[in-house]
Design a binder for this molecule. Structure first.
Ligand SMILES: *Cc1c(COP(=O)(O)O)cnc(C)c1O
Length: 377
């Protein structure tokens, strides 16, 4: 059978363009590194496909910039990253080993985070019976009640003479619940972590402490310990609530206008007829919807830009399409190649998150698979 080659480009075919500035990600990593100083190692959290930006290109760019430790959530993410960046860098899998996966952690040199007594016991059994001497991280809970050993479980482990047989802890870690807020809870968690780390280091003098995410880095030196784990700030989101963003924007998103119409009389727009266009209003239908990560909560609330003109979402965001009121835009800017900027110099990831009633994390990790993606080096 004769196969016909596709002659159009991905940019021709796609409904929207996503640009990821890898140089900006590297600059953000360097900025965070300067913020903590040389005593604290700077890792990079690249879980959830590097927060939607693409784990392979992002992993390679950060590796080339000198990042030697990457954090992912799942084993599969670790395997994908290992294939992309090769054997050199350390990859930490934060959810730890699920039952039956221990062998793959060892085979692909993925460092497990041990979150619970059950995970510790299983990993110890595996390491002992297979003579595996591999790094691991021990996670303790200091107030979030999500993952990690409770204070009592940690104490029991520390008093168990066989507790760490066959284990080789690289670091003790914990996670802040409210790092972006100014709240006494941060200090309380910091003190618990510092005390636990001291106990831990009485047994493992070389063990590091890993405590901060992006926002935690800006809480000051007492929070840094030895090993930082920033995620969202690398991708340009603001780690400081209510203050100017120190990070460089990374993501740009533009949707193509598929059709422009002018309504002759007041008329309903979109599913559920939740919006009424006025007589003479000009509407542009754009080829991007909630299946692409333009969240449905942006219905009648979000906005984009054409040149310097703000254009509001009109009606509900549908799966593949979103309608904008472009009455203020001259027809000359609505030609066949016209696009609407949805994330970019005029709408930050944090702005669109605020419009959608969510956080930048959800906007980034919802970025869709149907975009024509471009990576800037
Ligand atoms: C996701 C995650 C991070 C990164 O957090 P950001 O707020 O994105 O910087 C760090 N540590 C743990 C345990 C995480 O789950």
């Amino acid at each position: 059978m004769r196969s016909t080659p596709v002659s159009s480009s991905p940019g021709d075919r796609a409904g929207a363009f996503l640009t990821v500035d890898l140089a900006a990600i590297v600059e953000n990593w360097r900025l965070l590194k300067r913020q903590v100083g040389p005593a604290c190692e700077m890792g990079a959290v690249v879980k959830a496909d590097a927060y939607g930006t693409g784990v392979a290109p992002v992993g390679k760019a950060l590796k080339d910039a000198g990042c030697t430790t990457f954090f992912v959530a799942h084993l599969d993410e670790g395997l994908t990253l290992r294939a992309a960046i090769g054997d050199g860098p350390r990859i930490v899998v934060m959810h730890g080993p699920n039952k039956g996966t221990e062998r793959d952690f060892a085979a692909f040199r993925l460092v497990p985070v041990l979150n619970s007594p059950a995970q510790i016991e299983r990993w110890r059994g595996f390491a002992q019976s297979n003579d595996v001497l591999m790094e691991s991280l021990v996670h303790i809970d200091t107030g979030m009640n999500r993952l990690g050993l409770t204070a009592r479980e940690f104490e029991t482990l520390m008093h168990d003479p066989d507790g760490f047989v066959g284990l080789h802890p690289l670091a003790l870690m914990s996670h802040l619940a409210c790092a972006e807020d100014n709240t006494p809870m941060n200090g309380a968690q910091q003190r618990k972590f510092a005390a636990a780390l001291e106990t831990f280091r009485s047994k493992f003098p070389d063990a590091k402490g890993s405590f901060t995410n992006s926002s935690g880095i800006f809480l000051g030196p007492a929070y840094h310990f030895h090993f930082a784990r920033p995620g969202v700030a690398l991708y340009g989101a603001n780690p400081l609530s209510g203050k100017p963003n120190p990070m460089i924007p990374v993501v740009r998103l533009k949707g193509k206008i598929v059709q422009v119409r002018r309504v002759d009389a007041a008329a309903p727009v979109g599913y559920g007829a939740t919006y009424t266009a006025q007589d003479g209003e000009k509407l542009a239908t754009v080829s991007i919807g909630y299946a692409d990560g333009l969240l449905r909560s942006l219905s009648n609330r979000g906005h984009g830009y054409i040149d310097d003109i703000k254009v509001p979402v009109a009606g509900r965001v549908s799966m593949d399409l979103t309608i904008f009121d472009v009455s203020a835009v001259p027809d000359s800017s609505l030609g066949p190649d016209a696009t609407i900027e949805l994330i970019g110099s005029r709408v930050s990831v944090d702005d669109i998150a605020a419009d959608a009633g969510t956080i930048s994390y959800e906007i980034l990790t919802s970025l869709g698979a149907r975009y024509a993606r471009q990576y800037l080096k």
